[in-house]
Design a binder for this molecule. Sequence first.
Ligand SMILES: Cc1cc2nc3c(=O)[nH]c(=O)nc-3n(C[C@H](O)[C@H](O)[C@H](O)COP(=O)(O)OP(=O)(O)OC[C@H]3O[C@@H](n4cnc5c(N)ncnc54)[C@H](O)[C@@H]3O)c2cc1C
Length: 486
Amino acid sequence: MREDILLGGPVAFLAEELRLAPPERLLAYQAWWETEGFPLSVAIDRLGTPHLRQFSPHGERVDEVGYPPSYAYLLHAGYSAGIISEVAQRHDLRLSYMLGFITSYYDPGLYCPYTVTLSTWVPLYKYYWGERREEFLSLLGRSEAPFGQGATWMTEIGGGSDLGTHVHTQARRAEGELWHLSGDKYFASNVGADLAVVAARPEGAPPGVKGVALFVVPRLRLRGGLNYYVRRLKDKIGTRSVPTGEVELRHAEAYLIGEARQGIYYVLEVLNFSRVSNAVGVVAHGLHALAQAYRFAQGRRLFGKFLVEQPLFRHELAYHYERLRWAGALAWLSEQWLETVWLEKPPYSERYALFRLLTHLAKFWTAKVALAAAHWCVEVWGGLGILAEFPVERFVRELMVTDIWEGTRHRHLLDGWEVLRRFGLLGQITSLWDLAAVDGSLVPELEAALARPEEEALPYLEPLLTRLAQAIGQLTAAQSNYTVLT
Ligand SMILES: Cc1cc2nc3c(=O)[nH]c(=O)nc-3n(C[C@H](O)[C@H](O)[C@H](O)COP(=O)(O)OP(=O)(O)OC[C@H]3O[C@@H](n4cnc5c(N)ncnc54)[C@H](O)[C@@H]3O)c2cc1C
């Protein structure tokens, strides 16, 4: 284990693992976080849920989120660094995700506004050819303030995992390009965003996922006034650097993205962008937790030695660090596959199916590994670890949220298994990664489970997909080039 890398912050880890000479702008962004960003982020977390001001003194509905002024300063740093504009102008996804990695090292909640803005820009760029295309794209792709923000609102109260059953928001055609949306979104992060992509059901659409279409909803109506309303803000245990609210759509003006009957594909594309962000981001935050555990152990003297010198501490640190390296490799692998498939449209290639599988594996496994690292960090801090005045308990709070949003473990296990089975991907996987080199019995066990009826295979999903995720991560971490089919 390289302690200089562990203590060198997110850029040192990226440089080591991705084998790159870190660009100056990444170093500058990290330096800004160390000196200015992180103290602000800690303060915003401690303030708790911001208030919502729903009305102006004159009785107009305004729905303003009451963050302190320093929040805008914190938020603008990532936009100014190019986290969206570099994708919009140069299609540089890698730089965007690297900036996200740095952001999330310090504050995974703050990575959310950037993630959902990118996940809004992408479907607009790929599929929306209406009259307001240039206006919307340039709003989100700005490299200087004022920055436009996006949001991705799919989930309703019935359940986020099963959108086919629980998206009830209705879409009705209005005049020209306009539609009107009516319904309620129960989890709506980055409320206040200028544009949100929203899942809704056009009148007469079939039931289930096939009837879900994707729309873009501006914050303001064409003639002024709010186009969506924030009923309340969620009082969350973590990710407090992004406001999450309940949103009411009441004949909200909306524009259809692409073709209505392809909507569920666009929704999944949106989610996949965000899942890659989540995977990359949680590894960074888990790494920060390990660095904090290490720093504490350097100064804690127990049984005549500093904790950092105790063999059991060192053993456990090495264990978590190694798993985070593998998880990081899997996350960056999924990012690099995304770079090669993100412009594909349905029907997708087989390469896209493999990207989907990697993303399911990366989302659930990185979240698990990072959360385990955060728990361990709190444990290392002992009783101090559970005191809010030392912000290490925050690692657990943040990583509990990132474990759930963008799809829970069950969803990724079930969907990952479905992709693996339906597209018969095991052969392609074994031709790309020598799984037997790190886990001798994995391939025969996967083959045996895949041959079982689906119900009977269920108990094997988590152990086998965890081993598959780990094996691909481990092999990738050991390579000097990531295996990406172009
Ligand atoms: C802070 C926060 C912000 C969020 N922001 C947004 C946002 O901006 N936009 C948005 O659209 N959503 C957002 N979400 C919602 C998030 O995506 C959902 O919470 C998530 O997808 C899970 O949905 P759910 O909470 O409704 O749980 P459910 O879908 O009701 O699932 C409940 C449990 O059942 C499990 N489960 C589901 N299916 C199966 C099965 N077949 N077998 C076994 N178990 C199963 C799940 O894994 C889970 O453990 C946010 C959530 C949080 C916590």
